[in-house]
Design a protein around this ligand. Structure first.
Ligand SMILES: [Zn+2]
Length: 475
């Protein structure tokens, strides 16, 4: 039988079974957008001919990473909201309020290029204006679960305190809800299923109960998942307590949100009882270790959540507080910070965090029948990593096999050589095939300069801590 592509002779890390399912000297056969067969090179090459072959000797062949929580447009202000208190209201929201749609599109493209070159093939992109940003995913060829992020907050400017109860702007919420519906109508299950849509209220503190009900109703009627920040900060708890006299999880429970169709980012401020409830209901958790570590100085309770049987996948969140959308980085952060927390090197082993970036991330998003492991019948989302580089060598297959530890603890992501999504080679020998990377980087830099000019024009640069520290030549 003749297939389109065979990748052969590599360390095929299938992520099937309870561990990493590694096949030394393995091969993957791909027909169209689907994996036809996975096995030993001798078996696959004996059974199949191919229009094209890729020799993966001294390379690891992995399923593409699934980033369970990412705001791609935020890359336009990467590194501009660091090391500050009140990151949300004194940093990121005012900065993003200075960005025009074209700037956000340029930031999103930058972020998608960055992540795909580091092996991310599925993006749970939760952002706005998604009707515009989604075109970047179509152009690059990435797999996406997209949600228009809906909030009813008035535009945030500098000087807003996060201690008082904020008014909502229902007209803004309705506009965003309309865009969210248009996104679903136009793009859900499009591009041969490569694009799916979710509903995305930003947080229980940022939407009125009426809006949360409208979102839930629309999701139910259209069989859609909901992606949402849940109990992400003590600020959220304070706001919701002040407004309704109850905690965020309790509010969401009353609104019927707590089902297996809810993907909850962070759950940092949950208590034990709430985590047990969320896990029982099948809510999944997006663990963004790097982001929450940098912007809040906290480690979200992933391990506690898993102890109740909760599903957890890794996410990178956003660039102005992570600062890279690179799941290699995220795996390493996750392993190290949990080891530190427990004063134990045995917790969060490399094989486990690799699962949390692949098969368990796919399971947490409800897409494990399609992606997350290399298995016949799944979509052909495959990453090839060069192991013959100084940082990844020596490459040992026994009696001590060091490939998975090196992928998690040593790789930077620049070792990713080839990325295949839906059977299409998107990155080949480190070069993006679908868009002009250099041109997109220039566009993003120009857009960021425009934001900086607006920062000067508004005078907000006098208030932004990072601008102050720049004047003091600390940065
Ligand atoms: Zn987020």
């Amino acid at each position: 039988m003749t297939v389109d592509l065979i990748i052969y002779g590599g360390f095929v890390i299938t992520m099937e079974g309870r561990g990493t399912g590694i096949i030394p000297d393995g091969a993957v056969a791909i027909q169209g957008n689907t994996i036809s067969a996975v096995g030993l090179t001798t078996e696959i090459m004996g059974q199949y001919n191919a229009h094209r072959t890729i020799d993966a000797k001294n390379k690891a062949v992995l399923p593409g990473f699934v980033d369970t929580h990412i705001h791609t447009s935020n890359a336009i202000v990467r590194g501009c909201s660091q090391d500050i208190d009140k990151w949300m209201y004194s940093g990121i929201l005012p900065l993003l309020s200075l960005a025009e749609t074209e700037d956000l599109v340029a930031g999103s493209m930058l972020n998608i290029i960055e992540a795909v070159k580091k092996g991310t093939t599925t993006f749970c992109d939760y952002d706005f204006p998604m009707l515009e940003l989604i075109r970047n995913h179509i152009k690059v060829g990435t797999r996406v679960m997209a949600a228009e992020m809906i909030n009813e907050l008035p535009t945030v400017t500098y000087g807003v305190q996060d201690t008082y109860l904020r008014d909502f702007d229902p007209a803004k919420g309705e506009r965003q809800l309309r865009d969210a519906r248009a996104l679903v109508e136009r793009y859900h299950q499009s591009c041969g299923g490569r694009i799916a849509c979710m509903m995305g209220p930003q947080a229980s503190e940022m939407c009125s109960v009426e809006m949360l009900r409208e979102v839930k109703d629309y999701a139910d009627k259209n069989d859609l998942d909901i992606h949402m920040h849940v109990a992400q900060s003590d600020r959220e708890t304070r706001q919701v307590m002040q407004r309704y006299g109850k905690r965020p999880v309790e509010l969401l429970e009353e609104l019927g949100y707590l089902t297996s169709r809810l993907h909850a980012a962070h759950i940092t401020e949950t208590n034990e009882k709430e985590r047990r409830l969320l896990a029982q209901r099948g809510v999944s958790m997006a663990l963004c270790t790097g982001s929450i570590g940098i912007i809040s100085g906290e480690l979200p309770p992933a391990e506690e959540y898993m102890s109740h049987g909760g599903r957890v996948g890794l996410g990178t969140d956003q660039a102005p507080g992570n600062n890279c959308n690179n799941l290699f980085n995220e795996m390493k952060f996750t392993a190290i910070l949990h080891k530190y927390k427990h004063s134990s090197p045995t917790v969060f082993p490399a094989w486990k965090v690799l699962r949390m970036a692949t098969i368990e991330a796919a399971q947490s998003m409800g897409i494990a029948e399609q992606v997350g492991s290399l298995c016949p019948g799944k979509k052909a989302d495959v990453v090839i990593v060069d192991l013959y580089s100084p940082a990844m060598s020596p490459v040992l297959s026994g009696p001590v096999r060091n490939i998975v530890p090196n992928l998690v603890y040593s790789a930077s992501g620049s070792e990713v050589e080839t990325v295949i999504i839906d059977g299409q080679v998107i990155v080949e020998n480190h070069v993006l095939q679908t868009v002009n990377e250099a041109q997109e980087v220039v566009s993003a830099n120009e857009a960021a300069e425009r934001i900086c000019q607006r920062l000067r024009d508004t005078g907000w640069d006098q208030e932004l801590p990072l601008a102050q520290w720049t004047r003091e030549e600390l940065y």
